[in-house]
Design a binder for this molecule. Structure first.
Ligand SMILES: Cc1ncc(COP(=O)(O)O)c(C=O)c1O
Length: 462
C-alpha cells in the first residue's frame, strides 16, 4: 500500500476516521459492563505490541484494529462512572468530539499566524475561566499540559517579577548569584509544587514549611515574616481532604509587604463555579498567580492545564521565545504564555467543554460530584468506618481500622473491579481515597460502588 495521491490519502483518512468513530463508540458503550481496572488476560495481551519496528507500511484501519483489540481492554475505565482514583475526570461529549475535529485540523498552537482559530479560542477561554473562577478580569495566562507545568510557569513568572525588583534580569542572567528569594509552603503542599520549585531553580528543600491543621490547611498564625522577595505557595483543594488554605488572611499579610502569592488550585479552584461552594475560594482572588487543571473537575480530556497571572508582564518575560522566523503579531501569542512552543490545540477541547456546560452545567457538575462524595462518606460512616476528613468538596478519606486492614480493603476493591479507589496516608493514618470527579458518575454508579466497598470491607473486617 502506498500513501501517494491526494485522492488515495483522503479516502484513507476518511476510512480511518470512520473506523475510529465506530471503535470509540463501542468502547464507550461497553465501559459500564467491564472491570474498571483491566483484567490479567488484557494485560497479558499487551505483549502483542512488543514487535520489532515494522519493515512495511500498514493500512491505517488495520493499525486501529490492533490498537482497539489489544489496547482498549488494557485501558483503565477512567472514562466511565466508577473510577474514583487520584483526581481524574472523564471527557465530556463536546470536549471529546471537539478533540477529534481539532485533531483533523492538525494545528500548531504556537503563534497566531500558524493557527488564528486556536489563538482566538485561547483568549476566549482564559477570559471565561477568570470569570467563572472569580479572578480579576484583567488576568492573563496560558494553556499548558497540566497543573505541574502551570505551577512551574507561575513560579517562573514570580521569580522574574521578584528578581526584577532587585534589578536582576533572571531571563538573561539566570539564578547563579541572583539575590535570594524566600519560598514558603504549607506542610501539606502537593508534590507538584515541589517539582515545579525544583524545575524553576529554587530547590524543593530550600523552602520554609508552615505547619498545617488536621485538614491540611496552612496555619496563617504560623506564617513566618514575609518580605517583598518572598513567594508564598497556597493551596485551593488539598489532594487528600479537599481543604482550602485561609487565603484571605495569607494574602492580606502578603500584600502588606509585597510578597507574591501563588495558588495551586489544580481542582479546588473550580468550587468557585458553584454558588453553594464558592465561599470556599474566598480570598484566593487576591493572589498573584494561579495554576489549575481542566482535565480534573471540568472533565476536559487530557491534557489540559491553565496558568493565570494578575500581571501578564512577568509571565511573558519568562516565557517569550524569539527568533527571526518566529515574528510575533500584534495580538496575544499563545506560546508567549506557556513553557511549550509547538503544541496541540488543547484550548479547543477546553472551549467545547465550557461552551457545552455553560455556567449552570459547570455548577451542576461540581455540586453533583460533591453530593456523591457526601453520600459515600455518610454510608461508610453509618456502617461504622472512620471518615478522616471533613468532606468539604469531592474528596473522601476512609479508614477501615489498622493500616494492613485498610490496605487489604483497597487491594480487594481494586481486584473486584466494580469501582477503583486508591490509597494514601493522611497524617499518619492509612486511608482509602474516594475522589468523585467525573461527569459520567451517576447515582446508580455510587450505589453499585458503595455496595461493593461495603461488602468487601465487611468480609475483611469480619
Ligand atoms: C493540588 C494539586 N496540585 C497539583 C496536582 C498535579 O496535577 P497534574 O498531574 O495535572 O500536574 C494535583 C493532582 O492531583 C493536585 O491535586
Amino acid at each position: 500500500m502506498a500513501i501517494g495521491s491526494k485522492v488515495e490519502s483522503t479516502d484513507l483518512t476518511s476510512e480511518a476516521l470512520q473506523a475510529a468513530a465506530e471503535r470509540a463508540r463501542n468502547y464507550l458503550r461497553e465501559l459500564a459492563n467491564r472491570s474498571v481496572h483491566p483484567q490479567e488476560s488484557a494485560l497479558a495481551s499487551l505483549a502483542n505490541f512488543q514487535e520489532p519496528f515494522p519493515e512495511q507500511p500498514s493500512n491505517p484501519v488495520e493499525v486501529l484494529r490492533m490498537l482497539d483489540e489489544f489496547g482498549s481492554p488494557a485501558t483503565v475505565a477512567t472514562a466511565g462512572g466508577r473510577y474514583f482514583g487520584f483526581v481524574i475526570g472523564g471527557a465530556l461529549p463536546a470536549s471529546l468530539a471537539a478533540g477529534w475535529l481539532a485533531s483533523s485540523w492538525a494545528q500548531n498552537a504556537v503563534l497566531r499566524i500558524m493557527s488564528p482559530v486556536v489563538a482566538e479560542i485561547e483568549e476566549v477561554v482564559i477570559r471565561w475561566i477568570c470569570d467563572v473562577l472569580k479572578l480579576p478580569p484583567g488576568c492573563e495566562g496560558g494553556i499548558v499540559t497540566c497543573a505541574t507545568t502551570a505551577n512551574f510557569a507561575a513560579l517562573a513568572a514570580a521569580r522574574h517579577a521578584l528578581l526584577a525588583r532587585a534589578a536582576w534580569n533572571v531571563a538573561d542572567d539566570g539564578m547563579f548569584g541572583a539575590p535570594p528569594i524566600d519560598v514558603v509552603v504549607g506542610e501539606e503542599v502537593h508534590a507538584s509544587i515541589l517539582k515545579a520549585l525544583n524545575l524553576a531553580g529554587f530547590g524543593r528543600k530550600r523552602v520554609r514549611v508552615v505547619p498545617s491543621d488536621g485538614q491540611g490547611r496552612m496555619r496563617a498564625d504560623k506564617l513566618p515574616k514575609l518580605t517583598n522577595n518572598t513567594i508564598v505557595c497556597i493551596q485551593a483543594g488539598n489532594v487528600n481532604t479537599g481543604s482550602f488554605d485561609p487565603a484571605e488572611e495569607i494574602c492580606a499579610r502578603a500584600r502588606e509587604c509585597g510578597a507574591w502569592v501563588h495558588v495551586d488550585g489544580a481542582f479546588g479552584l473550580w468550587a468557585a463555579a458553584s454558588p453553594k461552594y464558592s465561599h470556599l475560594v474566598r480570598g484566593f482572588e487576591l493572589a498573584d498567580s494561579w495554576a489549575t487543571d481542566a482535565h480534573k473537575w471540568p472533565n476536559v480530556n487530557y491534557d489540559c492545564g491553565i496558568v493565570l497571572v494578575r500581571d501578564a508582564l512577568p509571565l511573558r518575560a519568562a516565557m517569550t521565545i524569539s527568533a527571526a522566523y518566529l515574528e510575533p503579531g500584534q495580538r496575544r501569542e499563545p506560546a508567549h504564555h506557556a513553557p511549550e512552543s509547538s503544541r496541540r490545540a488543547r484550548a479547543v477541547e477546553l472551549w467545547a467543554a465550557l461552551k457545552s456546560l455553560g455556567r449552570t452545567g459547570l455548577s451542576d457538575l461540581i455540586e453533583r460530584t460533591c453530593a456523591y462524595a457526601q453520600r459515600f462518606a455518610a454510608e461508610l460512616r453509618e456502617a461504622g468506618y472512620e471518615v478522616l476528613n471533613d468532606v468539604v468538596i469531592n474528596q473522601v478519606l476512609v479508614s477501615f481500622g489498622p493500616a494492613e486492614r485498610t490496605q487489604d480493603v483497597i487491594r480487594r476493591v481494586q481486584e473486584d473491579g466494580t469501582c477503583w479507589c486508591g490509597g494514601t496516608v493522611w497524617q499518619g493514618k492509612t486511608a482509602m481515597r474516594i475522589s468523585v470527579s467525573s461527569w459520567a458518575t451517576t447515582e446508580a454508579d455510587v450505589e453499585q460502588s458503595l455496595a461493593a466497598i461495603l461488602r468487601i470491607a465487611g468480609e475483611v473486617c469480619a
